[in-house]
Design a protein around this ligand. Structure first.
Ligand SMILES: [Zn+2]
Length: 150
């Protein structure tokens, strides 16, 4: 990981602007804007499936510390604008990360917010939802309306 500082803050601004230019986006990761940093943004504020969101999370070097449960849910992605897909994810996760100042933090999330966090963390390893579906024939759908994505 490169050092924390102005470049990281600039990247975070860039990520927030990019995500903000797509309506109802819940997350974005640095590789999606061509930057190989382990940084992602998650913000489920206002999402009907997230009754108690953590607000905007800027997660640097996120690592899953624990998880439980499993659930299949529909996901979209900024990097795959024409499809949605059914993806199995943990229902509860605990993730350790650093904030923009390098301070160690942790978050426990569940349900859709956990799903978004895991989706964005996948991007850090180059993994997309198409890599996660059980069946490319049965679990991938053309996107009809512009729903949430990340
Ligand atoms: Zn994505």
């Amino acid at each position: 990981m490169r050092s924390f500082g102005p470049a990281l803050r600039r990247l975070t601004r860039d990520l927030a602007e990019t995500a903000g230019s797509y309506p109802r986006t819940t997350g974005i990761a640095a590789p999606q804007v061509g930057e190989l940093w382990r940084v992602c943004l998650v913000d489920c504020t206002g999402h009907p499936k997230v009754p108690a969101p953590h607000g905007r999370l800027v997660m640097v070097n996120p690592v899953v510390r624990g998880w439980s449960g499993a659930e299949i849910g529909r996901e979209g992605c900024l990097s795959l604008p024409d499809i949605t897909a059914n993806v199995e994810r943990a229902t509860h996760v605990e993730v350790a990360f650093q904030d923009l100042a390098g301070t160690r933090c942790a978050v426990r999330a569940e349900g859709f917010e956990a799903r978004v966090i895991l989706h964005e963390m996948d991007h850090l390893d180059g993994v997309l939802i198409l890599d996660r579906v059980a069946s490319l024939a049965l679990d991938v759908f053309p996107r009809r309306s512009r729903g949430r994505r990340g």
